[in-house]
Design a protein around this ligand. Structure first.
Ligand SMILES: NC(=O)c1ccc[n+]([C@@H]2O[C@H](COP(=O)([O-])OP(=O)(O)OC[C@H]3O[C@@H](n4cnc5c(N)ncnc54)[C@H](O)[C@@H]3O)[C@@H](O)[C@H]2O)c1
Length: 347
């Protein structure tokens, strides 16, 4: 019926926020109602974060965002000093970003297809997107190759993703010009993946530890939390731009409590925006409101906004608004990777 080449023939194209000036569109949503007005307010809060010279901006990412065409949005945020640290899932950073940096693609597909046929062809499906499973295996193997080349000890995910950037450099750079891992490596923007085993790097670490039972690289999630808390403690104010929910959302909100434990009276996150499809009816973390987070002492209530939307629609509008308003041109670079340089003794 179909062959693999026919099914994997149309690449997902990442949207370019620079190419679309959305300022007038988003401004006009201010005088509408419902989700449009919420999105307008969220875009303005993100812009306040960019204008506030004391504000460290932390971006959190969950869901299958980069396979869906949002990778270049995050690349542009990193490349234009519009974000100071990222907390993500492993799927986004490794299975999707690093995967594409190795030269592999995501493809436009459909959910109206026989999944048994896809299985036979080694094609994985994410809703209406296809991935070549054989290429994903190469990505898994590459992470094992990176772990095999490191000193055996526990690492934070930030250290390891920095090593992924260094690996790409050693190979002459990424195969694409919009790699988030590589841009963050060059711009000293730290990336954290608190559940690092739960992705392609998980297969790599299983291979690496199986082959090196005595001495090996391991993931230190406690170190992740301490390092991100140190970023909070080194910042006068913080703002969080959250896409989806999951572990990255809670992890980033919790650094306020951790900083408060380590030094008294740590300020809450001053600004917070979340785009999510989850809502309060779920009774779950991904849809818990930012107002609720303030009861936990994590988020101030003056500048917070939930946007109930699927991220491929709302994120380019909010990020594009910040980009075209241009406040990033006057921001100092925070380069928080340098906070941890003394720990890079193994390099
Ligand atoms: N295809 C994949 O996404 C994939 C692949 C391999 C491994 N994993 C792993 O699964 C684990 C869980 O991933 P997760 O935290 O992303 O879980 P998730 O995909 O369930 O996302 C968490 C929540 O974020 C919100 N969300 C997700 N996508 C959204 C969107 N497009 N728009 C708006 N809101 C959205 C939803 O409320 C969702 O419940 C991670 O460790 C990840 O590495 C995921």
């Amino acid at each position: 019926m179909y062959n693999k080449k026919e099914l994997l023939n149309k690449e997902i194209q990442h949207i370019d926020i620079k190419a679309h000036n959305v300022v007038k569109l988003v401004d006009s949503m201010q005088n509408m109602a419902f989700s449009a007005r919420a999105l307008n307010r969220a875009a303005n809060i993100y812009n306040l974060m960019l204008e506030d010279k004391d504000c460290t901006i932390i971006l959190t990412l969950a869901g299958s965002l980069f396979s869906a065409g949002l990778k270049k949005v995050v690349y542009d945020l990193v490349n234009n000093n519009m974000v100071d640290a990222i907390v993500s899932t492993g799927a986004i950073m490794v299975d999707q970003d690093f995967f594409e940096a190795l030269g592999f693609k995501h493809y436009i597909g459909t959910q109206f297809i026989d999944d048994n046929k896809l299985r036979e062809l080694n094609i994985d499906r994410i809703y209406d997107t296809y991935i070549d499973e054989d290429e994903l295996r190469i990505c898994d193997d590459t992470t094992a190759e990176i772990f095999n080349g490191l000193d055996p000890r526990p690492y934070s995910s930030r250290e390891l993703l920095w090593e992924f950037g260094r690996y790409l450099e050693s190979k002459g750079g990424p195969k694409v010009d919009d790699s988030v891992i590589y841009s963050a490596y060059k711009k000293n923007v730290p990336i954290f993946v608190p559940a690092f085993s739960d992705c392609s790097a998980g297969f790599g670490i299983v291979m690496h530890q199986h082959e090196n039972p005595e001495k090996h690289v391991s993931f230190d999630s406690g170190k992740d939390f301490l390092e991100l808390t140190k970023i909070k403690m080194a910042s006068k104010e913080t703002g969080i731009f959250m896409i989806g929910g999951g572990v990255p959302k809670n992890f980033t909100q919790d650094i306020v409590v951790a900083a408060d434990i380590l030094e008294e009276n740590a300020p809450m996150h001053k600004y917070a925006v979340q785009i999510t499809v989850a809502d309060e009816r779920d009774g779950a973390l991904s849809g818990s409101t930012l107002k609720e987070a303030s009861s936990w002492g994590k988020v101030e209530t003056s500048y917070e906004q939930m946007v109930y939307s699927e991220a491929t629609i709302a994120m380019p509008l909010i990020a594009g608004y910040g980009y075209h308003k241009g406040a990033w041109r006057n921001r100092d670079k925070k380069e928080f990777q340098n906070l941890f340089t003394q720990e890079k003794v193994h390099l």
